[in-house]
Write a protein that binds this ligand. Structure first.
Ligand code: BGC
Length: 722
């Protein structure tokens, strides 16, 4: 292979090489032509005389983002809208993530794309990051395992995946310039860890360096990050591309190991726009950049892209199997629903009549905005799902909602607008427009109420700790209060559906209602998923990949989104390694719902924990039995609590997890897990250290519902090089 690459390299002129490391410009914008796959985010320069085609790169991660229609073309190019990543992570199901990856990978290949710009895998440092919906978790092990399975699935289809945004891009506010100040320990144990797992386990073709600076240097210009950590330590052998328009110096990018500059044709130096190709050519001429550095970048890129469909001349069909992918999207969504509260109200009996409240029943949010948006053939709203699954619902009430939405969307204030990614943004409607009389009537007529609460967020901005965003708005709260009062007066129950992409505040109002289902933003199959879970045709088995804090003031990342507050230039990660449950557990702060939490319509018993050290491996086995009266799946989690030693440790850390198969009532599954001892190490500033002493293995149904525990001894400290 290297012989072939070197042969191509020797035939390329300097200018051709420079063009290979710079994209052709943002397709379809700023006067650039569309990519041959309209709507793709990027394309590379071809070298026709050597048979090197242009390669196409397009976004994920909730589905392949390309334009669904093209000018003067009757064909359509719809793709499948899968659940957002936070929901995929809520499944804790690696096999399912691989299936989602395969399905998406097939669409990538069959629509003529070479690299999918997914998965995104930044850590949920703060619940308000606008892109948390397209990131997996607050925990690096869950995030890394989900990403690995997804990458394997995508790449099994002969196309590439791209793990992004490398690294510590944990906010949208000033993301292109903000300097993230974070200790090497927190970087290694939290922010880099998931990427490390994915690189080592799944060998992604590409990595996307992040916009932000990391300890003073742009990630795309950070040699320590891209060369030392990624390539030397982890053995990454694909290529690195910049995020779109990232950094301020293309020459420094190449030198630092950022092999490809995307989307190309213009970077910003103060206010002047310059072309990277000219700048790199000049640097080569003046000796500011050596040809060897350029060759290395080209080599890294070609090594990967000679395996891509475009290089092989693959004849794509433009007809991916959307029907079967819809089923995968449904399965993934169903397993990602998290049952947060249930005082016996759920599942509904199929014969009951429900009154559905909330505009989100009609204007259901399928996913977030920005590059992570998708253009599916359809999105089944919650109401459509309820209808399609033949649930009996209050049609009169629903038509009041339909009229209200129609009327409001015609007004100037609430008119939908289209953003720069082609997403239709609908300003949030007031939810308290029904009269008390109307609600009373519904309470008399129906057997139960469902109230939909929706949120949307996306690329380019963070959420806010205010009413209507992190908190319920006054009108939403009024709706929940009135519906609960009127239905409870009639001895009837109320369920809230949370159609959201990241945590909101629930602790202050959850006791008003009888059940809460976190249905996230489930993609095109949303309504079907919701209806099937409501009536128990499927049993919810999702668990939280991120903590729901009681209040925003409890969140440990108090420096978010940096200083100065009105225009942050710097954000110091003062909480260090104490991110998510590592903080709440260590410092005794009670969350609303802890990491790993989720109820089921059945019950599970945990027993027979056995642990053993076998060389460098900790072996853990235990048995889970379904002791309830419905079939269901259970996500169990293995946490390890380290002894008090020289290095401060979090109370406990997730080291492994497992989702059972569908267990019938009375059925058991024996689970065997292996944890390399190295994974128990903390970073002491130089090396990974497993300190000697007594460790506790804690097997739980959540991080705070530990069912089994046992201890083992590590005799003598163990050290590992990074
Ligand atoms: C986003 C990336 C995306 C790229 C291409 C950037 O703005 O941060 O996630 O892949 O655009 O669309």
């Amino acid at each position: 292979m290297m012989g072939k690459i070197d042969e191509i390299l020797s035939q390329l002129t300097i200018e051709e090489k420079v063009k290979l490391v710079v994209g052709v410009g943002l397709p379809g914008l700023f006067g650039n032509p569309h990519s041959r796959v309209a709507g793709a985010a990027g394309e590379t320069h071809p070298v026709p005389r050597l048979g090197i085609p242009s390669f196409v790169l397009a976004d994920g991660p909730a589905g392949l983002r390309i334009n669904p229609t093209r000018e003067n073309d009757e064909n359509t190019y719809y793709t499948t809208a899968f659940p957002v990543e936070i929901m995929l992570a809520s499944t804790w199901n690696k096999d399912l993530l691989e299936e989602v990856g395969k399905a998406m990978g097939e669409e990538v290949r069959e629509y003529g794309v070479d690299v999918l710009l997914a998965p995104a895998m930044n850590i949920h440092r703060n619940p308000l990051c606008g892109r948390n919906f397209e990131y997996y978790s607050e925990d690096p092990v869950l995030s890394g395992e989900m990403a690995s399975a997804f990458v394997k699935g995508v790449q099994s289809q002969g196309v590439g995946a791209c793990i992004k945004h490398f690294v510590a891009n944990n906010q949208e506010t000033n993301r292109m310039v903000v300097d993230t100040i974070v200790s090497e320990r927190a970087l290694r144990e939290i922010y880099l860890k998931g990427f490390e797992i994915a690189v080592k386990k799944a060998r992604p073709w590409t990595v996307m360096s992040a916009y932000n600076k990391l300890n003073g240097k742009y990630c795309s210009q950070n040699e320590w990050l891209l060369k030392k950590v990624l390539r030397e330590e982890w053995g990454f052998d694909g290529f690195v591309m910049s995020d779109w328009y990232a950094g301020d110096n293309p020459v420094e990018q190449l030198k630092a190991g950022n092999d490809m500059i995307m989307p190309g044709k213009a970077y910003q130096v103060n206010t002047e726009r310059r072309d990277e190709i000219e700048e790199i050519m000049e640097a080569l001429k003046e000796g500011r950049l050596s040809e060897e550095v350029l060759n290395e970048c080209v080599r890294n890129i070609l090594k990967v892209l000679v395996n891509a469909p475009s290089f092989k001349g693959y004849r794509y069909s433009n007809k991916p199997d959307l029907e079967s992918h819809a089923k995968v999207a449904y399965e993934a969504g169903v397993e990602g629903v998290v049952l947060l509260e249930n005082n016996g109200v759920l599942p509904f009996d199929e014969s009951i009549h429900v009154a559905v409240f909330g505009t989100g029943q009609i204007e259901t949010i399928k996913g977030g905005t920005g590059s992570g948006d998708t253009h599916p053939r359809y999105t089944i709203s919650i109401l459509e799902g309820i209808k399609e699954r033949n649930m009996k619902f209050d049609e009169e009430l629903t038509s009041i909602y339909e009229d209200y939405i129609k009327k409001m969307r015609e007004t100037e204030e609430y008119k939908p607008r289209t953003d720069s990614w082609g997403t239709v943004i609908k300003p949030k409607l007031p939810e308290n427009f029904l009269s008390e009389k109307e609600i009373k009537k519904a309470a008399k007529k129906n057997d139960a109420a469902v109230v939909v609460i929706s949120r949307i967020s996306g690329e380019g901005y963070d959420r806010k700790p205010v009413k209507g965003d992190f908190y319920l708005s006054d009108d939403e709260l009024e709706l929940i209060k009135t519906v609960s009062r009127e239905f409870h007066e009639q001895g009837k129950k109320v369920v809230v559906l949370l159609n959201i992409g990241s945590p909101i505040e629930v602790a202050s109002w959850r006791d008003l209602v009888d059940g809460i289902l976190l249905v996230w933003q489930a993609g095109q199959e949303m309504g079907r998923i919701v209806a099937d879970v409501l009536v128990g045709r499927v049993n919810p088995s999702g668990k939280l990949p991120t903590t729901f804090p009681k209040d925003y003031s409890d969140v440990p990342s108090w420096t978010f989104p940096g200083e100065p507050k009105d225009n942050p230039q710097r954000v110091v990660y003062e909480e260090d390694i104490y991110v998510g449950y590592r903080y709440y557990d260590t410092f005794g702060v009670e969350p609303a719902y802890e990491f790993g939490y989720g109820l089921s319509y059945t019950k599970f018993e945990y027993k027979d924990l056995k642990i053993a050290i076998d060389g460098d491996i900790l072996r853990v086995s235990y048995t889970i039995t379904n002791t309830g009266d419905r079939a269901g799946k259970e996500v169990s989690q293995v946490y390890v609590k380290a002894p008090k030693g020289k290095i401060d440790k979090p109370f406990q850390e997730l080291k492994a997890f497992h989702k059972t198969k569908l267990l019938n009532p009375g059925e058991s599954e024996k689970i065997f897990l292996e944890i390399p001892l190295r994974d128990l190490a903390s970073f002491d500033g130089k090396e990974w250290v497993v300190e000697s002493g007594e460790y506790e293995v804690r097997v739980g149904a959540s991080s705070r519902d530990i069912r089994l525990r046992d201890i083992f001894l590590v005799e003598g400290e163990k050290r590992f090089k990074p």
